[in-house]
Design a protein around this ligand. Structure first.
Ligand code: HEC
Ligand code: HEC
Ligand code: HEC
Ligand code: HEC
Ligand code: HEC
Ligand code: HEC
Length: 312
C-alpha cells in the first residue's frame, strides 16, 4: 500500500518500523562485507574445494582459463562474470555443480560432483564463487527460479533462464513479431543458428539437436503454451505499444527453465468463484482480458470492451 494512503496516526509507527528495518539491514550488510568469521570460514573452505576440483578447468582465478579446459570444445565458464552468474540462484548453481551441466541444458563436459562433494561442500564452493563476481553479487538480483520445473518437455531443452535471464538476450530479439504484428512468433532455426554456428557448436548434445534440425532443414516442433481458441482475436502490437511488459501477461519468463503457465478456463477456478473464493481470473480467459481492459481504461487507455473487437 502506498504511504500516502495511510492516515497520519499510522504513518509514525510505519516510519519507526522502517527505520528499525533499515538499521537491521545495514547491520547485516556491514557484517557480510567485513566477512563475519563463520561466513569467512565457509568461503575459505569453498576456495580450497575450488582449487582442488575446479581450477584445472575454470582457472586459478575462475576466469575459465584453466589448462585442462583449453582442450575442451566448450570453453569452461568464466565464473567471475557477474552479469552471467549473478541472476542464477544458489539452487540452480547447486544443480549444475552437483549433477553436471546437462541438468540445466549445458554441456556434460561440466561434470557433476555429487559423488565427490557433500551438499555442504557444494554450498561452500558457491559461497566462494559469489565472492569472485564482477560486478559484485547482490542477492536482490537473483531471479525467482522455481525449484521444480513445470510445463511440458520441449524437443530441445531450451532454457529462457540461460538465454533471457543469465545472458540477458532481449525478448524481442527472438520474438520480434510482438511489436510489429499479431503474433510474437517463435524464432526460426536460422535465428538460433545465428549464434549457435559458433556458440557451443560442439560438445553440447542439446545444441547438437539444434544442428540436426538445421541440417535436415526441419522446423523444431515446439509445444505451444499460450494459445487462444480460434474465435478470439489477440494482437500483440497494440499491447506492446501501450507500454505493457511481456511479463505482465506471461509471468517472469526470464526465470523459467521451461515455460509454464496455467491458462484458460478451469473447473476448479469456476467452483472457487461460486463459493466466493475466486481470486483474479486465469490468463487467457475472457474475464482476464476484460478485467485488464476495464482497469486500463479507468487509467485513461482505450482498450475495447465490445464483442466484435475480440470476436470476429
Ligand atoms: C573438466 C572440466 C571442468 C571441471 C573440472 C569443472 N568444470 Fe565447471 N564447467 C566446465 C565447462 C566446459 C562449463 C561450460 C558448460 C557450457 O557452457 O555448456 C562449465 C560450467 C560451469 C558452471 C555454469 C556457469 C554458467 O554460466 O551457468 C558452473 C557454475 C561451474 N562450471 C562450476 C564448477 C565448479 C564449482 C567446479 C568444481 C567443483 C567445476 N565447475 C569443475 C568444465 C569444468
Ligand atoms: C544471441 C545469441 C543466441 C541465440 C539467438 C540463441 N542462443 Fe542458445 N545460447 C546462447 C548462449 C550465449 C548460450 C550459453 C552457452 C554456454 O554457456 O555454453 C546458449 C545456450 C544454449 C543451449 C544450452 C543451454 C540451454 O538453454 O539449455 C541450448 C540448448 C540453446 N542455446 C539452444 C538455442 C535455441 C534452440 C535457439 C533458438 C530458439 C537459441 N539457442 C538461440 C546464445 C544464443
Ligand atoms: C534466444 C531466443 C529467445 C529469447 C531471448 C526469448 N525467447 Fe521466448 N521462446 C523462445 C523459444 C525457442 C520458445 C519455444 C520453446 C519454449 O517454450 O521454451 C519460446 C517460448 C516463449 C513463450 C511461450 C510461447 C508459447 O508456446 O505459448 C513465451 C510466452 C515467451 N517465449 C516469452 C519470452 C519472454 C517474455 C522473453 C524475454 C524475457 C523471451 N521469451 C526471450 C526463444 C526465446
Ligand atoms: C496483454 C497481454 C500480453 C502481452 C503484454 C504479451 N503477450 Fe504474448 N501472448 C498473449 C496471449 C493472449 C497469447 C496467445 C495468443 C493466441 O493464441 O492467439 C500470447 C502468445 C505469445 C507467444 C506464442 C506465440 C505467438 O506468437 O502467439 C509468444 C512467444 C509470446 N506471446 C511472447 C510475448 C513477448 C515476447 C511479449 C513482450 C514483447 C509478449 N508476448 C507480450 C498475451 C500477451
Ligand atoms: C494487462 C492488460 C491487458 C490484458 C490482460 C489484455 N489487454 Fe487487450 N488491451 C490492453 C490495452 C491497454 C489496450 C489499449 C491499447 C491502446 O491504447 O491502443 C488493449 C487493446 C486491445 C485491443 C484493441 C487493439 C487495437 O487494434 O486497437 C484488442 C483487440 C485487445 N486488446 C484484445 C485483448 C484480448 C483478446 C485479451 C485477452 C486474451 C486482452 N486484450 C488482454 C490491455 C490488456
Ligand atoms: C477483450 C476481449 C474480449 C471481449 C471484448 C469479449 N470477449 Fe468473449 N471471449 C474472449 C476470450 C479470450 C474468450 C476465450 C476464453 C476461454 O476460452 O474461456 C472468449 C470467449 C467467449 C465465448 C465462449 C465462452 C465459452 O465458454 O466457450 C463467448 C460466447 C463469448 N466470448 C462472447 C462474448 C460476447 C457476447 C462479448 C460482448 C459482450 C464478448 N465475448 C466480448 C475475449 C473477449
Amino acid at each position: 500500500m502506498p504511504l500516502s494512503c495511510q492516515s497520519p496516526t499510522r504513518r509514525a509507527p510505519a516510519r519507526l518500523f522502517l527505520a528499525a528495518a533499515m538499521a537491521t539491514a545495514l547491520g547485516a550488510l556491514l557484517t557480510a562485507s567485513s566477512g563475519s568469521p563463520p561466513i569467512r570460514h565457509e568461503v575459505e573452505r569453498g576456495r580450497q574445494i575450488y582449487l582442488q576440483h575446479c581450477a584445472s578447468c575454470h582457472g586459478p582465478e575462475g576466469r575459465g582459463d584453466g589448462d585442462a579446459g583449453a582442450a575442451l570444445p566448450v570453453r569452461p565458464a568464466d565464473l567471475t562474470d557477474g552479469r552471467v552468474m549473478n541472476p542464477l540462484p544458489d539452487h540452480v548453481l547447486a544443480r549444475i555443480i552437483g549433477e553436471g551441466g546437462q541438468a540445466v541444458g549445458l554441456s556434460p563436459l561440466m561434470p557433476g560432483w555429487k559423488a565427490f562433494l557433500a551438499d555442504r561442500q557444494i554450498a561452500q564452493v558457491i559461497a566462494y564463487l559469489r565472492t569472485l563476481a564482477r560486478p559484485p553479487f547482490r542477492p536482490e538480483e537473483v531471479l525467482p527460479v522455481p525449484g521444480r520445473r513445470e510445463g511440458p518437455e520441449q524437443p530441445i531443452f531450451f532454457s529462457h533462464l540461460i538465454h533471457a535471464g543469465s545472458f540477458r538476450i532481449d525478448c524481442q530479439y527472438c520474438h520480434s513479431g510482438a511489436r510489429r504484428g499479431v503474433a510474437a512468433g517463435i524464432p526460426s532455426v536460422a535465428t538460433c543458428m545465428g549464434c549457435h554456428k559458433i556458440v557451443a557448436a560442439r560438445g553440447n548434445p542439446e545444441v547438437e539437436k539444434l544442428h540436426g534440425y538445421w541440417q535436415r532443414k526441419e522446423p523444431i516442433p515446439w509445444v505451444r503454451i499460450f494459445r487462444l481458441p480460434e474465435f478470439v482475436h489477440f494482437p500483440h502490437k497494440p499491447h506492446v505499444r501501450a507500454g505493457l511488459r511481456c511479463q505482465d501477461c506471461h509471468g517472469p519468463v526470464e526465470a523459467m527453465e521451461r515455460v509454464h503457465a496455467e491458462t484458460g478456463p478451469s473447473v476448479l477456478q469456476d467452483l472457487r468463484g461460486l463459493v466466493g473464493l475466486g481470486g483474479p481470473p486465469r490468463p487467457l480467459t475472457m474475464g482476464w482480458c476484460i478485467e485488464c481492459h476495464r482497469e486500463m481504461n479507468a487509467a485513461g487507455a482505450r482498450a475495447p470492451l465490445d464483442c466484435m473487437a475480440c470476436h470476429r
